[in-house]
Ligand binder design. Sequence first.
Ligand SMILES: NC(=O)c1ccc[n+]([C@@H]2O[C@H](COP(=O)([O-])OP(=O)(O)OC[C@H]3O[C@@H](n4cnc5c(N)ncnc54)[C@H](OP(=O)(O)O)[C@@H]3O)[C@@H](O)[C@H]2O)c1
Length: 387
Amino acid sequence: MYATATLTFPTPQFRLNPHPFSITFPGISKTFSSTIFSSPHELYLSHVPSRALRVSASSQPSSPASTETSKLSSVPSQMKAWVYGEYGAVDVLKLESNVSVPEVKDDQVLIKVAAAALNPVDFKRRLGKFKATDSPLPTVPGYDVAGVVVKVGSEVKELKVGDEVYGDIHEKALDGPKQFGSLAEYTAVEEKLVALKPKNIDFAQAAALPLAIETAYEGLERTGFSAGKSILVLNGAGGVGSLVIQLAKHVFGASRVAATASTGKLEFLKSLGVDLAIDYTKENFEDLPEKFDVVYDAIGQCDRAVKAIKEGGSVVALTGAVTPPGFRFVVTSNGEVLKKLNPYLESGKVKPIIDPKGPFPFSQVVEAFSYIETNRAVGKVVIHPIP
Ligand SMILES: NC(=O)c1ccc[n+]([C@@H]2O[C@H](COP(=O)([O-])OP(=O)(O)OC[C@H]3O[C@@H](n4cnc5c(N)ncnc54)[C@H](OP(=O)(O)O)[C@@H]3O)[C@@H](O)[C@H]2O)c1
């Protein structure tokens, strides 16, 4: 059974160790394994909980996935969810408490959401930029989810009730995303789009990964990136770029990794393994004598990026106009990519990065949207806890 209780403890003692760090309450302690890093200007902490600590306990029921029905009674028919019924600025977002819990299709699981994360696509979609291919309004936004499986469809093969999973719930980011996203107490998603959560990371950290890490990985694959190649990442501090750097270095075996950010984020880039941190407020990367096998453009500077590649090099772009030989793609959600990368996450070689302004509690989704829309976030804007 999956049970939760909210316990309030006296003010915690913080011990910064610094990797991992632990927070100790009288009689209970919680260790946070990663995503703490410091810069000359500020200390980034990814997991500073409020004094109310949510405690979850789960055990794995033995029912086979295809016959699972016993938990139906514990899933309510209505839930709290963030919803917008018209396209527009953040003020279209409303917290509703009587949204229908989505039905699971045969190939889907229902997840009790523990944490979610925002991506720029969430606010671009809310602004109506993808109207032509969007699902009908009203919409529950949210792509990234981490949580616990509470119900499985009849064709679900591997997952079972009680599994802790994470994933990007929309297979195609722009083309018919689901009407019911992850900024809700429950969300339904195809089994093939999620993976078991790495054991060493918590739900907030897991939610920081799916769309960004799958984008990072798919872009690197599409350029044919391989060991010994060099790469320049434009926007190395953002959600995608911070993972491109880590994957290029620790999964693909890059010979050299360069990345751009503003002055205050150069130390952060170095903490991710960057060999050359370029301050875009002081230097034009395309004017540097060094050229790269690949430029990964996560900001929309493809016209400049093509000037920074070696003869025969590639430019992959996530946004903005494309200049040949650069090319653009839109991520496809794929649980297999998460499964493939889980060993790197479990070994700590690749770390989720949560922006230090978060995690934002579920009640502060509007504040979280306003923040990601500043285009200044470091790593991911995470929503946690979701009651
Ligand atoms: N095609 C796809 O499938 C796909 C998938 C994911 C994302 N995307 C798109 O890719 C873009 C990046 O996404 P994201 O989630 O990584 O964004 P993000 O996390 O919101 O990026 C924020 C970061 O951008 C940096 N930044 C702003 N201007 C910059 C500049 N001129 N040069 C270098 N860095 C700059 C900021 O650092 P400073 O404060 O230092 O400027 C900040 O840390 C978005 O447009 C998103 O929509 C596309």
